[in-house]
Design a binder for this molecule. Structure first.
Ligand code: HEM
Length: 144
């Protein structure tokens, strides 16, 4: 099974288990970074998209999907409105997302699933760095 198929299998297993990833994920994130809690005005709403998009982007990276890079660049841009977000918080959020997915999948999570997700988690972390650098350098055009 290739990486994208393994990842799709994990998402299906998590959905079948009927388990919410985002509540424990955001609880864990706010515990690690309590000062960030105030930046989330309506976490019940924004946590849905933040969690889903993080998972979809990692799957999209494994599939080599064209939409992924513009999406990452867009997220990095819009997140600048939430204040200066340390790169360590992005890294932690991405790793925590994979950990909570693994927990949700449970017994059928294998070393191969772990490797498929962690590989794309690390690619996503790098691409966020690339997007931050390119925005800072004005590579995408004028800031609005
Ligand atoms: C790859 C990682 C991330 C992705 C894909 C992502 C995605 C998103 C999306 C799609 C939204 C919009 C939600 C909505 O309007 O419904 C959002 C909101 C937000 N994100 Fe992220 N995010 C990521 C990481 C982070 C990190 C690490 C932080 C903080 C350090 C952060 C802080 C915020 C804040 C403060 C909001 C606004 C919440 C609100 O208004 O209630 N995000 N994020």
């Amino acid at each position: 099974m290739n990486a994208a198929d393994l990842m799709t299998e994990s998402l299906a297993a998590a959905a079948e288990a009927g388990w919410e990833i985002r509540e424990p994920l955001f609880t864990r994130f706010f515990k690690a970074f309590p000062k960030r809690r105030a930046a989330f005005l309506v976490p019940q709403a924004s946590s849905i998209r933040m969690t889903d998009e993080t998972l979809q982007i990692m799957l999209g990276l494994a599939e080599g999907a064209d939409w992924v890079w513009p999406q990452i660049a867009d997220i990095v841009f819009t997140h600048r409105a939430y204040g200066p977000l340390p790169i360590a918080e992005y890294d932690a959020f991405i790793d925590m997302t994979v950990k909570e997915l693994a927990r949700a999948v449970g017994a059928s999570w294998s070393a191969a699933h772990q490797q498929a997700w962690q590989t794309q988690a690390d690619v996503l972390k790098q691409k966020i760095r690339d997007a931050r650098r390119e925005w800072a350098a004005g590579a995408f055009g004028n800031d609005v």
